[in-house]
Design a protein around this ligand. Structure first.
Ligand code: SF4
Length: 197
């Protein structure tokens, strides 16, 4: 049986960067993707030890990777193309929000995960900044992105670092650096989220 790929629509609003950062800091970033299952194909979903005990997987370079069928579909997709273990899906699936690569523009430099995934990501349209505060958030993120990308060779991680891991690093640096009330709020929220996990 071939599982149906259900990409998102033509374009989808990704919202505002400041709101997205609030969701990231609160550990609640989750794309309003409806029926889209593009990230359930082709991507390597890494499992921790407990997840590897309960979920079908294969081992690659010492890492436990969620099983996929011959078409690249996660073996936990059901016949309708929906996640059959949604309530118990791995942490990587819970934390994954493809808007992060779009917001940080990492999709422009580190794309090519798979054509279907890239297409799904390209459909996100983010809201343009409306005032000085929003412009500042974008500027801080652009600086964080530049310094994070420059730091990658020094960390010795280039080719194997996936786009969304880089994007998560950029977002976390943005939260670290953002001045003013919003920056303080985000760091407080991020600390709470960290303490909870
Ligand atoms: S476990 Fe569920 S959410 Fe994760 S890749 Fe598989 S089908 Fe998608």
């Amino acid at each position: 049986m071939t599982i149906r790929r259900s990409p998102a629509g033509e374009t989808q609003p990704a919202g505002r960067l400041a709101d997205f950062l609030k969701q990231v800091a609160g550990g609640e970033a989750s794309p309003p993707s409806g029926q889209c299952n593009a990230c359930c194909f082709d991507l390597n979903v890494e499992l921790d030890a407990a997840e590897a005990k309960r979920l079908d997987h294969f081992v690659q370079d010492g890492k436990s990777i969620l099983s996929r069928d011959e078409n690249g579909a996660c073996t936990y997709l059901d016949s309708r193309g929906m996640c059959s273990i949604y309530e118990d899906r791995p942490k990587s699936c819970r934390a994954f929000d493809c808007r992060s690569t779009r917001f940080t523009l990492i999709d422009m430099v580190a794309s090519a995960i798979s054509p279907a995934y890239d297409k799904a990501v390209a459909q996100w349209t983010y809201a343009e900044p409306e005032d000085d505060e929003e412009l500042r958030v974008w500027r801080v993120m652009a600086e964080a992105r530049k310094s994070y990308l420059e730091s990658i060779p020094r960390q010795g991680a280039t080719t194997d670092m996936s786009a969304h891991v880089v994007a998560a690093g950029v977002l976390s640096k943005t939260i670290e650096r953002l001045p003013g009330r919003l920056g303080r709020e985000l760091r407080k929220q991020a600390k709470k989220t960290m303490d909870r996990s």
